[in-house]
Design a protein around this ligand. Structure first.
Ligand code: BEZ
Length: 396
């Protein structure tokens, strides 16, 4: 039917009952194509991990901005919740985004304990979820699910290679120290596994509750034990405080300090020279010197007037992954199966280096050994090429 009718003729046909008013409207595109895509950002914007949540948000929005503010031609609408790194509030916060705000995709979070609550809600509601930081091993392990993807790491992943680095240096008696919650416990377990497998001998663990930063008693204990080296898991503002305290106690030159790279990422401005020389392992580093990374860093610092860190990269890659899923279904989020299939096959051209998705939906990626030089976590070497998480217990 030709709808190119002038208005008096249209009025006549409607009046004569030859056309209904609705027939005069152009064919409406499917609703899924016209409405916005609703993104639930559940991240910490206050507390010790606040800076991490902001960097992830910035990275995600940069990936969207680079595509003209749309993904697969569709506008995004954001619904944000400050999860405060508070596990007890996680189910309520995630449910609010899913039930009340009716988000199409959940993006979050940073803290492994909060992630546990989000995993439960995402599984129950079958909401597509992209994890842009929290390393909770089970999210892509025993609790893995088709609708859960991660663009960051498992807690095992960046710590495991550091075990071999220290064993190869003949360091035998290692003391570990971490926040006593999922991430700290899994990071230490990953380190221990790598250390013992590479021939290391003795590991002793000290713990402090999250997000406690009263380190004095522990530093006194470390000084009296005199291990060959200390391996730690801390991140965000707590990591900055630990580095400063370790240095002020005079331990940095006496007992070498190592960690997964969260110890020194995003904190070097805050600690000044106290981190100089610290070595860590992580899936991102300064000085990668690839065209991809240089372009990303230039775009990020132009947009946000600050240098990107690993958290910004993980957020950015969450945007890239979602874009791949949405492109495959031309923006129709209701085609979840097709979206998931495309995301499973994704090859992410990331600033950290290219990576692919494991069967359990976790990045298979290079882990770098880095050393702090001035305000940079300089790449020293690749500590483990294309490392995949063991995904223990995942049945997918
Ligand atoms: C976690 O809780 O999984 C986590 C938090 C900050 C940095 C790395 C891991």
């Amino acid at each position: 039917m030709n709808l190119d009718l002038n208005s008096s003729r249209r009025q006549f046909l409607v009046g004569a009952g030859l056309l209904t008013a609705s027939a005069l409207l152009p064919n409406p595109p499917a609703l899924a194509q016209t409405s916005t895509i609703r993104i639930g950002l559940m991240l910490p914007y206050t507390g010790t991990y606040a800076q991490l949540g902001t960097a992830i948000t910035n990275g995600f929005k940069l990936a969207v901005a680079e595509r003209g503010g749309k993904l697969a031609g569709r506008e995004l609408e954001y619904f944000s919740v400050d999860d405060e790194s508070e596990p007890a509030k996680a189910p309520e916060n995630a449910n609010r985004l899913v039930q009340r705000d009716k988000v199409d995709v959940l993006v979050g979070t940073v803290h492994s304990g909060v992630q546990m609550g989000m995993v439960k809600v995402a599984k129950e509601s079958n909401t597509l979820m992209i994890i842009p930081n929290a390393g909770l091993d089970a999210a892509t392990g025993a609790l893995c699910a088709p609708n859960i993807f991660r663009t960051s790491f498992s807690n095992w992943q960046p710590s495991y290679p550091m075990g071999k680095v220290l064993a190869d240096r003949g360091m035998n008696n290692i003391l570990t120290l971490a926040w006593k919650y999922g991430a700290g416990q899994e990071a230490v377990a990953g380190f221990n596994e790598g250390f013992i497998k590479a021939g290391g001998k003795s590991v002793r663990g000290l713990w402090i509750p999250f997000p406690n930063v009263e380190f004095q008693a522990l530093l006194t204990e470390i000084a009296s034990i005199k291990p060959d080296a200390v391996f730690v898991f801390f991140a965000g503002a707590g990591a900055a405080k630990f580095i400063k305290d370790y240095n002020a106690a005079g331990l940095r030159r006496q007992i070498p300090l190592f960690g997964s790279g969260f110890l020194t990422d995003g904190v070097l401005d805050a600690v000044d020279k106290a981190a100089e020389g610290l070595e860590t392992t992580l899936h991102y580093a300064d000085g990668l010197n690839t065209k991809r990374d240089r372009e990303f860093r230039a775009a990020y610092s132009k947009a946000y007037k600050s240098e990107p860190d690993v958290y910004a990269v993980q957020g950015y890659d969450a945007g890239l992954l979602l874009n791949i899923g949405l492109d495959a279904v031309k923006g129709d989020v209701t085609k979840k199966k097709e979206m998931i299939a495309a995301m499973e096959k994704a090859k992410i051209d990331s600033p950290r280096g290219p990576w692919t998705m494991s069967k359990a939906h976790n990045p298979i990626q290079d882990i770098y050994l880095r050393r702090v030089v001035g305000r940079e976590n300089k790449m020293v070497s690749v500590a483990h090429k294309a490392l995949a998480d063991p995904a223990r217990g995942c049945k997918m």
